[in-house]
Design a binder for this molecule. Sequence first.
Ligand code: FES
Ligand SMILES: [Fe+2]
Length: 349
Amino acid sequence: MFIKNCWYAAGMSNEVKNEPLARTIINEPVVLYRKGNGDIAALEDRCCHRGLPLAHGQVLDGLLQCGYHGLTFDHTGQCVRIPGQDKIPQGARVKSYPVLEQDALIWIWMGDPALADPSQILHYPWHNDPDWAYDGKYTAINANYQLLYDNLLDLTHVGYVHRNTIGGEPEAHSNAEMKTTRSDDGVHIIRWLRNSMPPPMYASAFEFHGKVDRWIEIEFSVGAVRIYSGAKDVDQGAYEGNREGGLGLRTLHAVTPSTEDTTFYFWTIARNFKLTQPEVGEKLCQQVEATFNEDKVILESQYKRLQQQPGRPLIDIAADAGAIQARRIIANRIAMEASALNSNTANIA
Ligand code: FES
Ligand SMILES: [Fe+2]
């Protein structure tokens, strides 16, 4: 079950160059490519002639040509050329999707195109901010997307799963001061780890003088989780809003369901230190990738076990508060879309 009427990250801008790129998003095969002016286009990845995925084809003069018999489509999905004949049959078209690039990400709308409002696309200014430098990748997760949200919204796992990377002391995570606030469409979680040891990744990237005050601030909205984390030497005002001179990291975690069992995890990490040293960014990116691969192992193993007995109840603990709120928001949106669909169907009948 998926929300359809929302903007999902379909990829990073730098992933789509001259070749078409295939992505399955909420069970629908999509092909992304660049039009003649460089803008992104997104079409159903299934030729209306004999069904070959259009991603096998090529982009010619900003149009997408099928790799089987050469039918050619424009960005609206209309077939505009058929080799060897002038007449284009009625219905020679494929579905097209609203798609836009913003902040170095490609955002796609899989639901009702009439409801696609570009102002609802998540703003992520740190990809364009000269005071921050970022790197990013994507990790394919063979598990349902809800497990990834759960993982990102309950960071007590950090001390256990990521002991060797961003973890630090497990007790410091479990005992962190935590505040969860819910808005209509989002959840905000603040976690403070006072007077704790800097984790290995922080210690290797930044010079601290002993123990630190750490902060982890998590914002969930449908389609993405944004996390602002960092650390500063103890008692230097980190919790009073003075984070200057500390280590700051902003990570974007765009969560895009591919199928019920697979998820695209697009992530970036932006830093506010050593901006002119690209090797620092590369090393951070490698460490983050190693960290998220630790999550991947957990999520895929967890999902396999859950699938053996779907629906069997699990218990909740206090640290689940944010994840439970996010699940409610997603469930509400899915239910609202289903009831709008039902009432439309009833009106038509
Ligand atoms: S299947 Fe695409 S042109 Fe024939
Ligand atoms: Fe994790």
